[in-house]
Each structure stands twice: as structure tokens, then as C-alpha cells.
Write a protein that binds this ligand. Structure first.
Ligand code: PLP
Ligand code: COI
Length: 358
């Protein structure tokens, strides 16, 4: 890939924030872009100013949502250098989503190289505050200016950077979760295993509706039986039995295969926990909560890392979890995983890629 680096106008350069990051509202000065056309493949790779994209109102992505995105992070190490976490794994999932959405694959090495170069140039935007990171958002959109319902012939691939704090206003405190009996996120044979905007658009109706009932996230059940646990909000979900056995739903085709989930399935056994991937019936799960067999529940994903669940609401009943406190397993996994990510702990798995900037 010939990557052009365009200079920035010093007058328009913003300074990175030092605190109050929020989640996803602030963006660094630069972004990566490249274009795809059927004859030429990917071309015009460049890092230039973070600026608006100009597209015709007829552009395919606005109408039929042919779009994919990713989320990964850069972490500040104590020595001043910066870690990426499993960036190749993330690039592979980007291409899996692209395949499902009939979009062209990117060269995974080029994609990771673009992230590394962008983070090097924007190194000052990697926060130096515990719990804060630089969220990296790659995306690809269909750019044909035409209304025919078919795969676009042209695409834009871009990568933007956002310094972020905790994903939830609750921080590491538990979140209240509503189990939707009526609405579904994804169906087998659909696009649930791809990271495509439509999955998130269709989740908004019930996600917004439950806020008025005092819940901040939705637990999604499978769309065929309305019975098997799939995900929580935009995270995978884990149940802890007896303080030592971690159970997560088996990937079903409608669940996004999370990189945090995959990492926990490797890490947790090395910390002495048992792990299994199972088909989880919501009624059995709630009975196990009531009887005390389940001691903790947490969501896991790049943005929040580990998000303890404080209670479930389902069909007018409430199920309190661990007295609405973060449990010891959630806490330990959060510490161990973030320790590997930001270099406080050794990384025996080779998951981190260090960018030397100090
Ligand atoms: N499930 C959904 C629907 C997501 O959007 C995400 C976030 O990326 C995850 C799960 C967790 O995936 P990861 O751990 O790779 O961030
Ligand atoms: C995650 O990274 O865990 C997410 O789900 C990101 C979210 C902002 C879509």
C-alpha cells in the first residue's frame, strides 16, 4: 500500500483533552481513508485531516445500509509507549463482516499498518489516565450514487480515532438490564455475526424504550424460539456459576464473535476458572439466579471491557444479581485483561502489539 501522509494546517489542529473523555464524542486531528473501485481495487490510501466526507444524497449507504465497522483500542503503557490489542484478529473480523455484506476485503496487513501509522502520528491522543484509552473505529461504506438495490461497485474505507473514558456512565458499577420478550436483535441466517450498522439501528427501538423503565441495556434472546440467551446490548454475555465456572452462549450464527469473549475463554482457565460455551435457556438461567447457583453476570466487549450486570427485568419481575455489586470474578477478569492490554501485566499470549513512541 502506498500510504500518503498529508500535512495538517497548524491553525486547525486541536489539542487532545486531558480528562472528561466521555465515549465517542471527541476525535483526533487525522484520519485514514482509501477508495475502492471495481477496476482499480483499493487505491488513494492516505492519512489526512479529520474532516467531513462529501457524498451525494443518492449514495447507496444512506439508503440500503451496506456498511461495516470495527472497534479496537490503543492503550497507554507505563513506559509511555502504546499497545494495540489483537489488531489482526480485529482486521480479520472486519473482512468477515465485509464478506457477509458483499463488500471488498481489505488487505489485513495494510489495514493494521494504517492503524499503526495513524496511532503513531496521533500518539498525543492516547490518554495517560487510568481507564481511558484511544478508541479506534475503522469503517467501510458503499459509495455508488445510485438507488438500485444491489451491491455497490465503489467503497470508502476509513479509520478515525476517539479518546474515550468508561463506556457506561456507571463506570465499573453494575448496569440494569431488561430481557426483551418481544424484540429481537438478529436471526440465524441474518447479519447478527457481522458488525454492520443495521444490527445496531434495529436495536435502538427497544434500547430506548427500556430506559424509561430504568434499565440501561437489553439482553437479546434468539429470534426463533425467543428463549436462548444471545448478547447484552453491544456486548457478549457471561454467567458465573458458584464463583468459579464461567458460562457464555455458544456462537450461534446470530451472535457477534467478540474478541474480548474469545480472550476471556483463553485467559480465565489460566486463572483457575472453568469455562464453557453453552446453549442457555433464559428460564433455566433465571431459575439459577434465584437459587443462587449463578453468582455473577457480566457483559464483555472492547468498549466496556467487563460490565457487571446488577439486575435483570423480565416479564414484570426483577432478578437481583450479587446484591447489585460487581463480583470478584468480574473484578479479577477486568484487572487481568486490562493489565495485559496496557502492559501492567505480562502478555504470555502475544495479544499486544507495542508501538514505540516514548
Ligand atoms: N457484540 C456486539 C453486538 C458488539 O457490537 C460487540 C462490540 O464490538 C461485541 C459483542 C464485543 O466484541 P469485542 O469484544 O470484539 O469488542
Ligand atoms: C464494543 O466495543 O464493545 C462495542 O460494542 C462498541 C460499541 C460502541 C458499538
Amino acid at each position: 500500500m502506498d500510504l500518503e501522509i498529508h500535512p495538517l494546517d497548524p491553525a486547525s489542529m486541536k489539542q487532545p483533552p486531558v480528562d472528561d473523555f466521555g465515549f465517542g464524542n471527541l476525535f483526533s486531528n487525522r484520519m485514514f481513508t482509501q477508495q475502492f473501485t471495481a477496476g482499480q481495487g483499493w487505491h488513494d490510501a492516505k492519512i489526512g485531516p479529520y474532516e467531513p466526507i462529501s457524498l451525494w444524497p443518492s449514495t447507496a449507504v444512506f439508503h440500503y445500509a451496506q456498511e461495516i465497522f470495527e472497534g479496537t483500542k490503543a492503550y497507554r503503557r507505563a513506559d509511555g509507549n502504546v499497545n494495540l490489542f489483537r489488531p489482526w484478529e480485529n482486521a480479520r473480523r472486519f473482512n468477515e463482516s465485509a464478506r457477509r455484506m458483499v463488500m471488498p476485503a481489505v488487505d489485513e496487513e495494510d489495514h493494521v499498518a494504517a492503524i499503526v501509522k495513524l496511532v503513531e502520528l496521533e500518539e498525543a491522543w492516547v490518554p495517560n489516565v487510568p481507564g481511558a484509552t484511544l478508541y479506534i473505529r475503522p469503517a467501510m461504506i458503499a459509495t455508488d450514487p445510485a438507488l438500485g438495490v444491489h451491491a455497490s461497485k465503489t467503497y470508502l474505507h476509513f479509520i478515525i480515532l476517539s479518546p474515550v473514558g468508561a463506556y457506561f456512565k456507571e463506570g465499573f458499577n453494575p448496569v440494569p438490564v431488561f430481557i426483551s420478550d418481544e424484540y429481537r436483535r438478529a436471526v440465524k441466517g441474518g447479519t447478527g455475526a457481522a458488525k454492520t450498522g443495521g444490527n445496531y439501528a434495529s436495536s435502538l427501538f427497544v434500547s430506548e424504550a427500556v430506559k424509561s423503565k430504568g434499565y440501561s441495556q437489553v439482553l437479546w434472546l434468539d429470534a426463533i424460539h425467543g428463549r436462548y440467551v444471545e448478547e447484552v446490548g453491544a456486548m457478549n454475555i457471561c454467567f458465573v456459576y458458584g464463583g468459579q465456572h464461567i458460562v457464555t452462549p455458544k456462537l450461534s450464527g446470530s451472535i457477534l464473535p467478540g474478541i474480548t469473549r474469545k480472550s476471556l475463554l483463553t485467559l480465565a482457565p489460566d486463572l483457575g476458572y472453568e469455562v464453557s460455551e453453552e446453549t442457555i435457556d433464559v428460564n433455566d438461567m433465571l431459575a439459577d439466579l434465584k437459587s443462587g447457583k449463578i453468582t455473577e453476570v457480566f457483559g464483555c466487549g472492547t468498549a466496556a471491557v467487563i460490565a457487571p450486570v446488577g439486575k435483570f427485568g423480565y416479564k414484570d419481575e426483577e432478578y437481583l444479581i450479587n446484591d447489585y455489586q460487581p463480583g470478584p470474578v468480574s473484578h479479577r477478569l477486568y484487572e487481568e485483561l486490562t493489565g495485559i492490554q496496557d502492559g501492567r501485566l505480562p502478555d504470555p499470549y502475544g495479544w499486544t502489539h507495542t508501538i514505540e513512541v516514548a
